[in-house]
Write a protein that binds this ligand. Sequence first.
Ligand SMILES: [Zn+2]
Length: 289
Amino acid sequence: MGKAEPGNIKAVKGILRWFELISGLKTNFNKSVLYSCCVSEEWRRMAAANLNCKSGEFPFTYLGMPIGDSMCRRKPWIPVIDNFNKKLAVWKAKSLSIGGRLTLLREKNEEQRLKEVLMSEIVLSSQPDQWSWNVDAANGYSVGKAYSMMVGQSRILEARICKKIWNKLNPTKVSCFGWRLLLNGLPTKSNLQKRGILLEEEESICSVCRRNVEDENHLFAQCNKIQELWMRCYKWWGISISLPNSISLLCEAHSQGIKKVVSADVWFFIFLVVTWSIWYTRNKIIHNS
Ligand SMILES: [Zn+2]
C-alpha cells in the first residue's frame, strides 16, 4: 500500500471484499467514485476501470459540503450559506421553545415587525369602506356594551397582570411560565387528561401529596404541602395573611404590594418565583422520581 501500483488496487478491492464478508455491508462499486491526488488522470481512470467504479475530480460536493477546495476562499462557502438560508426560510417556528420564539421575536427588526402587523390586518374588499363595532358586530354600537367592555374585570385584570409578568426584570423562562400559568396553559395532569394524553384516572393524582387531582388550583394553591410552603414564605417576610385557594386569587393577592413591607414589583416577582419553583420541583418529582 502507499504507492500508485496495480497491486495496491487489488489490495484495496480485497480489503473491501473482506469488509463485506465480515460486516455483511456490500460495497456498490457502480455507485462509487475514485478520487486521487499526486497521480496522473490516466492512472486514475485505469484504477477506476479496474475497480468498476467512476473516476472523479476534486473539488466535489459531499453532504452539501465542498471537498478538496480551498476553504480560505469565499467562493466554496457560497453554496453552504445558500443552503443554510434555504433551510432557515422554511424553518418551522413551532419547533422552537416559547423562550426561543420570544427571543427571535424581540430580535426581529422593529420596522419589519410593524410591516407584518399592518399587512396581517389588511383585508382587501370590493365593498366601500365602513365603520364596524367589533364588540358586537351584528347589532352595532351600544352604550351598555361599551360600558361592560370598559369595566370587564377579567380584561383589566389580565392586562395589568400580563404587564407584570412581562416585566423586563424577570428571567424569560419565568415570564413564559407565568404567562402559561395565567392562561391555564401548563401541562398539568388535569390538562393532559383533557387532551387525552393521560387516560387513567390514577395518573392525574397530584405528585406532591398523592391525594387529589392535580390541576393548577390544586398544585399551586390548595395542596396541603404547597400551602405549607406559601405560609413559610410569608412568615419569612413577616407577613400574616390567609392563603387564597385559587391561582387567580393568589395572583391577585400578589399583584399589589404590602405597605411598608414589600413593593408591588417585588411581591409579584415572589409569586412568579415561588410558583416557578413549585413547577420545577413537581417536574423533578415526576421525571427523576
Ligand atoms: Zn397535592
